[in-house]
Structure formats: structure tokens, C-alpha cells
Design a protein around this ligand. Sequence first.
Ligand code: TXA
Ligand code: MG
Length: 315
Amino acid sequence: MPRPLQISDESIDLAAKALRSGELVAFPTETVYGLGADATDDDAVAKIFEAKNRPRFNPLIVHVPDIESAKRIVEFPPQTEAIATRFWPGAISFVLPRRPDSGLSLLVSAGLPTVAVRMPVHEEARKLLCAVGRPIAAPSANSSGRISPTTAQHVANDLGDRVSVILDGGPCKFGVESTVVDLSVSPPALLRPGGVTAEALEEALGHPLGKPISSPDSPKSPGMLKSHYAPTLPVRMNANAARTGEALLGFGPAPECTMNLSEIGNLTEAAANLFAHMHQLDDPRWTGIAVMPVPEIGLGRAINDRLRRAAALRD
Ligand code: TXA
Ligand code: MG
């Protein structure tokens, strides 16, 4: 079990190497400790959900050391630049349209066309991000249902055996997660209150914030955010074979399937492939997507949650 390493140039270097080879690293930010993974690596991002034992795939915040790095992954119109330079670095994340050439894993944004991006103010966190040279996905470093960690020891107690490196930068200054504001809609909407207040944002924008859009057309699946990716084609779960016209998304050995989430039946691999495969199969060439059974254990719960939401839309 990794002991927290005092943050230093050496430990940052070690952590950056671990991140570049697809491992998980817990690191301090000014808000809470983050559970970081290379946001361009599907398998690494899948490990985040596995380590947190999250029963569903929430889109994650991608951390960058500077505005230039943010511009490489999301669209950055001039108004965004003005807001970003006003509040960054800081405890605020902006949801923006993801660039087609962002190179980000689809799992990072749960298949959405947008990505939440944040430039932390924490100096060592930014050193780490610079050293990695890749965008880092990082939710709070706690297992699902537990409170967010504000010391390295909290992380070690909770996730100790599931991360490669824990960097200890002392207690977090704020202790609450960043404000999340959606700049991809007009007017921008506050998705999560945090360190930066709605008033400060409204003052900078020069107009009131809008209301977030949530689940108006899907009363059957409470908690289903409109902003979650749903395929256009109907999804049929627990299928053993495709019906006429359907694409078959396999899990485990399935020679006749159109694409396979994991031929060897590995749930981490399946999670890593889920959104990319669904996107590819969501094509008018087929009439629907039939999905083979995925076991309801570990990451399988998150995979099935996502599939159930996609399937329920048509019921
Ligand atoms: O303070 C923080 O932001 C911490 C530290 C580690 O930086 N990170 C954090 O990350 O809280 P995470 O991944 O747990 O936060 C995800 C939040 C959720 O409320 C999620 O719904 C929202 O950001 N979010 C992420 N991407 C989104 C997107 N594309 N559209 C809408 N909401 C998004
Ligand atoms: Mg959290």
C-alpha cells in the first residue's frame, strides 16, 4: 500500500511518470485531493471509476496547467477567454465543447460533446500537470459515497491500495470542490456551486446565469441529466444475438458480434471501450444496438447503469 509521499520535485517526477504509464495518482489541489489519470487514455480513466467503485459514469473534470493546454482540448471563443483569464487559476471548472482533435477519452466526458476543464491554483498541482504534459482527469480521491478527502491520509485510508502514488501536499485550503459552470450554453448555467460564487460569475458575465437543463423528457429515469449522452438508436440489453438490422455489442467471447467491449470479459477494458463503441455503433446503418449481458459486479454496475439509461429512453 503506498504511503503518502511528501510533495517535492522528485516525488512529482515519479508521479508524472506513473500518470504517463496509465497509473492512478492522488494529488493535492486547493479544493480537495484529486484521483488523477491520463485523460487521453481510456484504460487509465476506466481505472478511476473502478477505484472509486462508482456505480455510474459521471463526466470528470480535466485538469490543465495553463490556458494554452485548455485550448488544445476545448473550443475557446473570445468570451470564454475573458472569463477564464478572470477566474483561472482557481476553484472553478468550465464546461466547454470538446475539440474533435482533443485526443481525450470519451469516457472522461461520459460520451458527451462537452468537457469540464479546470486550471488549479495549487502550485505543486500545476507543477505535476506541467511535468505530465497531458490533460489529467481527476475527481475527488474518495470511494463512492464517502466524503471528499482534504488530506493525503484521508486518501491513504480510503483508496490506499488502489492508487500507485499519493502525493502529500498538506491539508487543502478550501475543502470543497470547484464551482462548475457550463459555458457551452447561452446563458451560461451553474452546474455545481463551489468556491467561486454565482454573484462573482454574474458580475463578470454582465448578466444572470441560466438554469441547468435536466431530465425534462425522461421522467422514467429520475436523475437522468439531459446532458448525458444517449445514442439515437434504441438499445436492447441482455441480448444473446442480434435481431435483423441490429448491431451486436459483445462482452466476452462472441465471434458473431459487430464490436466487442472485451473479448476476455474484462470489466475495466469494457468500461474503457463503452462510449467509443456505442458512438461507433450509433449509426443509421443499423436499426438498434443489442448488447450482450454484462455482469452486475464492480464496474459492470456502472456499465449496466449507463446501458439501462440508454435503453429506458425508448420504453
Ligand atoms: O474541485 C474539484 O473540481 C475536484 C478537484 C480534484 O479538482 N474535482 C472534482 O472532479 O470534483 P469531479 O470529476 O468529481 O467533478 C465532476 C463534476 C460533476 O458535478 C459533473 O457532473 C460535472 O463536473 N461535469 C464534468 N463534466 C461535465 C460535462 N461535460 N457536462 C456537465 N457537467 C460536467
Ligand atoms: Mg466527489
